[in-house]
Design a protein around this ligand. Sequence first.
Ligand SMILES: [Zn+2]
Length: 497
Amino acid sequence: MKLVIAQMKHETNTFSPVPTPLTRFGHGGTHPPQGAAAISAYRGTGSAIGAFIDLAEQAGAEFTVPIAAAAWPSGPVDDAAFEAICAAIVDAVAQGCDAVLLDLHGAMVTQTFDDGEGELLRRIRAVAPHVPIGVALDMHTNLYDAMGQNATVMAGYQTYPHVDMYETGLRAGRAVLALLAGKSAPTMAWGRQPMLPHVMRQSSEDSPNRELQARCREMEAQGALSASVFVGFPNADIEYAGLSAVVVTDNDPALARQYCDELLVMAWTQRAAFVYQIDPLHSSMARAKALADAKPVDSGPVVLLDHSDNCASGGTMDTMTVLAAMLEAGLEDVAAFAVFDPQAVQEMVSAGVGADVSLALGGKLDMPAIGLEGKPLEVTGRVRRISDGNYVNYGPMARGEMNAMGPSVVLELAGRFEVVVISNHVEPHDLAAFVAVGIAPERKKFLMLKSRVHWRAGLKSLAHAVVECAGTGVCTSDYVALGLSKVRRPIYPLEVM
Ligand SMILES: [Zn+2]
């Protein structure tokens, strides 16, 4: 048995000004790993591709990994990057194999294609019309028909924060291996609803997604090979952004259809509960202060979420609105993670640890797609620490995967206000990111995070309370400000339905 295993992961925020060249798909701004380097980067990790590698080795299969390409979310993928990744995968398949296992995101938009994954799958089908293709997908998939028409099995994450990537890989991979062994005949049904759930209301720890995902697991316990509800990624102005579902059964297309429709009806019925109400920033600041004043000593920080500027949704990670409001409100004993500003990092590295610096922090990137200019914040402070920015996730999300923030600096402003400044995008969802820069977040009174939901994976247990802070940026939950124009209409909640 010969398998081709590959990864192509990118969630595209079509409003993001952050470019997406091929080097964004490798570790710390390098070419994505291929062959033995790809296997060693992901073997033993909590990723879907890690699960595929384990399954192949346990089955004694021969396998190749032509490329493992994963990039932090950003703007549309460069055509050259997409072509290079596709060519590596399609060429490997064309050399002959019994099955293909793919770790994809499901919401990739390229300069040319609104449905990057569908295009990849179409090209694979063109060279291998009958080879089974198993696909693991992110819960933020925006599902196009080309994905369903060309994949044999699709399985999506059932948790947000995504702490079941590995299990999702097992579901997709096992279904394909059973097919190869003649033990099952997967049949698949999929569909969409005209609704755009807000990311801030999508967590699987909260209703209604908690119940939707529970029903998926129940269907699997009742015999479905895989059941998935994709909440979708709304910061993408493409026709089929939004919620969808896929169910795979063993040789029972009617049951797959019935289960899929049940999930879609269940989601539609709960559509109003997926709508996020945005609090004004000044009231968030007041609430954070009141929570901190009332909390017992050593009870963990009050977390302030700068949710409009999250790099794990394509944010520039350099808008300063929330940070400026925190300084103005006089918050003290703060850690803020993080501001993306490689230029400021270089200035501070040159100045050295202990140096006092005055600089224009953040705000280097304009956001023309939403009509905003980058606005730096003039600050004066002291360089407290410098780190190489490398760490390995503790988990539970993406356990064991390497991260490279690049040269990183802790800048201390007045009032024990520590700001982490980084050179490559990473989202704070893992305690290891803080350990890498010498910060103990559990000891702070306030913890500012540029995150929406994933921070909960590794940091929620430390928090005393959480306050959502609406700053500025391309991850805004304000669909009117985004000016969605290509998404199919009518769609809820842009139209009341
Ligand atoms: Zn996701």
